[in-house]
Design a protein around this ligand. Structure first.
Ligand code: ADP
Ligand code: MG
Length: 258
């Protein structure tokens, strides 16, 4: 079973320290939530895991399947089974959803097995159909051009379908609730919950608000402050934060370090 292990991660943006020693383990099959005030480094963590170039790792490691993730390109990370949800998915005119997914699946399979010849089209059609049925996605969807003219909810459906087809071990979802209406939020949450059940998906879900966690139920909730995880607990921690804000966590941390 795979897990994502983050060890003492320090990250700078333009020489300025943003992450100051993050430690975190996300095993397959578990949902871990990171909550925290704005500007505390949550997206910096997500983007570093995604491999965005503008983030400089000054210390620490991220292990996944025996590799140090930080040595790999974004592409390699995703082929290895890390799913990275983009806040603004690209549209690709002329490329259908089905073709896009088949290409991505072949790349992923080739990563696991260099002799992989690629999935035959009829077999892929069957696979795609069964995944779409499971997720209750209309079959006409497969023939549409990727994200072209898609509503926010439809773009999210493609993302969930991509997760279902590629079967990643770990998914990282950063603020997926921002700009989504409640229906779209349910689509993502239902999809993520189903994949967790069926594919043992592990999820790192990052959110400022507790609301999302009513739909994607976390096993563990972490609080990030000033670029560090300062508190971890069960789902009740998210509810407590929603009611009492973050100030008490800061006070507790200051007391402890005193
Ligand atoms: P969060 O997601 O928790 O709201 P971020 O990780 O986005 O926080 O930001 C953490 C800090 O890093 C903030 O002070 C923010 O201003 C700074 N920061 C984030 N991205 C950049 C960037 N591209 N250039 C400069 N500063 C940045
Ligand atoms: Mg953010």
């Amino acid at each position: 079973m795979s897990e994502l292990t983050i060890k003492n991660l320090h990250v700078n943006i333009d020489e300025k320290p943003i992450l100051n020693g993050v430690n975190l383990v996300v095993p397959q099959g578990e949902v871990h939530a990171i909550m925290g005030p704005n500007g505390t480094g949550k997206s910096t963590l997500a983007n570093t895991l995604l491999g965005y170039p503008s983030y400089t790792v000054t210390q620490g490691e991220v292990f996944f399947k025996g590799a140090n993730l930080l040595d790999l390109s974004t592409d390699e990370r995703s082929r290895m089974g890390l799913f990275l949800a983009f806040q603004y998915p690209v549209s690709i005119p002329g490329v259908t959803v089905a073709n896009f997914l088949r290409t991505a699946l072949n790349a992923r399979r080739k990563q696991e097995n260099p002799d992989e010849k690629g999935i035959p089209i009829p077999e892929f059609r069957k696979l795609l159909k069964s995944k779409m049925d499971e997720l209750k996605i209309d079959s006409s969807f497969a023939g549409r051009y990727l994200n072209e003219g898609f509503s926010g909810g439809e773009k999210k459906r493609v993302e969930v379908l991509q997760m279902a087809v590629l079967e990643p071990e770990i998914a990282i979802l950063d603020e997926i609730d921002s700009g989504l209406d409640i229906d779209a939020l349910r689509i993502v949450a239902d999809g993520v919950n189903l994949l967790r059940e069926k594919q043992n998906l592990g999820v790192l879900v990052i959110t400022h608000y507790q609301r999302l966690l009513n739909y994607i139920k976390p096993d563990v909730v972490h609080v990030m402050m000033d670029g560090k995880i300062v508190e971890s607990g069960g789902p009740e921690l998210a509810v407590h934060l929603e009611e009492h804000g973050y100030e008490w966590v800061r006070e507790k941390v200051e007391e402890e370090s005193f």
